[in-house]
Design a protein around this ligand. Structure first.
Ligand code: NAD
Length: 490
């Protein structure tokens, strides 16, 4: 059951929920029905949010200790825990994902993000050096961390509450204030998050939420606003480039988590069943809508045919359906519009000469589920490395499997990409695991597992996949302005 406040999704600025005249529909991908009306922020409301965030830096929040900020973040996490089922319902309604995923990944991680960064902030420390000049002056150098100021955070739709809290928690523990914008596709859990900040008694102006689109809407107004001190963005690489241009004049701090076209390498010496299970998950989890998903799979030739058949069997067993159906593995895509994009790649793959091993279309249920944005898990083989379907991010439940013969060859092919987010490696050879893992030209590598995250570790991508790293102390570094103080002590 969706909370009543999600029928009319308002902005949250300076501690108040704000309606606007301009509104747009929040539509369910499961049946195309209206979930709520979203109040779109214009440039004037974004400006109010930035001013409120600036003012809050001068109030109790700006004078708060890290312990006080940590206590506030824990209180927000407490509210989410108390309203857990509402957050799950919001996440499921907007995205069409299985309830079990929303419970075990999305909302669970939102709480973990808040609590982990609350605790990490307390142990963030600076550096201290003692030295003596040639003239004999004794010096003490030490660094202090200050907040950047007002941070803008723009989120995507694929993991809405997870992404938003992943940025909000470290930004706030470092003492910043925030203006956040969820994707226009997923306004619900962000609205509940604003309610959680309100309920937790976080001072007005510290956390501001604006709803809207990118270009000519709240997103563009945020990135162009001169009062923003830093911007953290997760989304498509093309959008990252647009935002970078918008902030260039102000020389703002940016942190970008962008797209991926990730490779999984499966060696013949792998634990076969674990590798099949792992690639099944890494290709089809969240209906393939995770930036870390493996859309390119390279399998060593001796096990290639067997692997393709085993993955096909696994994909065909995945249960597609409504979020609350028992045993459901895959929900819908985020929207019918996104399904049209994924289907256009399915068509392109055939034109490019792919063999469709399984899937390639829309499932037919023969009931009202046929109205949902469902799609079949799809496996291709037979494409050259130059094919667009092997080079461009599809962001749907699809992978291309290609055979390889040597380690050197597969490393070169895996790295032959404009993206560099994540690489996955399946082998039982320890030396090979270390050797190949460090050759991946990506920010993240998993060996014999996928998408397990210790929040203290760095996260980010190379090339078109991003700029900077977040996670653990890397987040604290991004959201802090570090000053060095040099004192003559003798
Ligand atoms: P998107 O770039 O279309 O939108 C992301 C956000 O940016 C939305 O809030 C949108 O309204 C806003 N936006 C769009 N145009 C804008 C503009 N001109 N100025 C300011 N804001 C603008 O991305 P999406 O479709 O929501 O998300 C999918 C993409 O996100 C995929 O490419 C995926 O790989 C990537 N992603 C990356 C990571 C990562 O950690 N690297 C994580 C999740 C998603």
């Amino acid at each position: 059951m969706l909370p009543a406040s999600l029928a009319s999704l308002r902005n949250y600025v300076d501690g108040e929920f704000v309606s606007t005249e301009r509104q747009f529909d929040n539509i369910s991908p499961l049946h195309g029905r209206l979930l709520g009306r979203v109040h779109e922020a214009d440039a004037a409301l974004v400006d109010r949010a930035v001013q409120a965030a600036r003012k809050a830096l001068e109030g109790p929040w700006g004078r708060s200790t890290v312990d006080e900020r940590a206590a506030w973040l824990h209180k927000v996490a407490d509210v989410i825990e108390r309203r857990f089922d509402e957050f799950v319902a919001a996440e499921v309604a907007d995205t069409g994902r299985p309830v079990t995923q929303a419970r075990n990944l999305d909302v669970f991680r939102a709480i973990a993000n808040l609590r982990t960064f609350a605790d990490l902030g307390k142990v963030a420390h600076g550096e201290c050096f003692e030295s003596r000049t040639a003239q004999g002056e004794a010096l003490l150098n030490y660094t202090v961390r200050k907040p950047l100021g007002v941070v803008a955070s723009i989120s995507p739709w694929n993991l809405p509450i997870l992404s938003m809290t992943w940025k909000a928690a470290p930004a706030l523990i470092c003492g910043n204030t925030l203006v956040v914008k969820p994707s226009e596709e997923t306004p619900s859990s962000a609205t509940l998050l604003a309610e959680a900040f309100h309920e937790a008694g976080v001072p007005p102006g510290v956390f501001n939420l604006v709803h809207g689109f990118g270009a000519n809407s709240a997103g563009a107004a945020m990135s162009a606003h001169p009062g923003i001190d830093g911007i953290t963005f997760t989304g498509e690489s093309r959008t990252g480039s647009t935002i970078m241009k918008a902030v260039a004049d102000g020389v703002k701090e940016v942190s970008f988590e962008l797209g991926g076209k990730n490779a999984a390498i499966v060696f013949a010496d792998c634990d076969f069943d674990a590798a099949v299970e792992g690639v099944l998950r890494s290709s089809f989890a969240n209906t393939g809508q995770v930036c870390l998903c493996s859309e390119r799979v390279y399998v060593e030739r001796p096990i290639f045919e067997r692997f393709v058949q085993a993955l096909k069997a696994g994909a065909e067993k995945l249960r597609i359906g409504y979020p609350d159906e028992p045993g459901v593995d895959m929900g819908s895509l985020i929207s019918h519009k996104h399904r049209a994009k994924v289907l256009s790649y399915f068509k392109l793959a055939v034109e490019e000469g792919a063999t469709v091993v399984t899937g390639g279309g829309i499932p037919h249920f023969g009931d009202e589920r046929d109205d949902g944005a469902f799609i079949q898990p799809t496996i291709w083989t037979g494409l050259p490395d130059t094919a667009r379907c092997v080079r461009e991010e599809v962001f749907g439940p699809v992978c291309h499997i290609a055979p390889f013969d040597t380690e050197e060859e597969v490393v070169r092919r895996a790295n032959d990409s404009n993206y560099g987010l994540a690489g996955t490696l399946w082998t039982t050879n320890l030396q090979r695991a270390h050797r190949v893992a460090r050759q991946f030209d990506t920010g993240i590598v998993w060996v014999n597992t996928w998408y397990v995250r210790d929040l203290r570790t760095p996260f980010g991508g190379t090339k078109l996949s991003g700029l900077g790293r977040e996670g653990g102390r890397w987040s604290l570094d991004f959201y802090s302005e570090v000053s060095n103080i040099c004192i003559k002590v003798g």
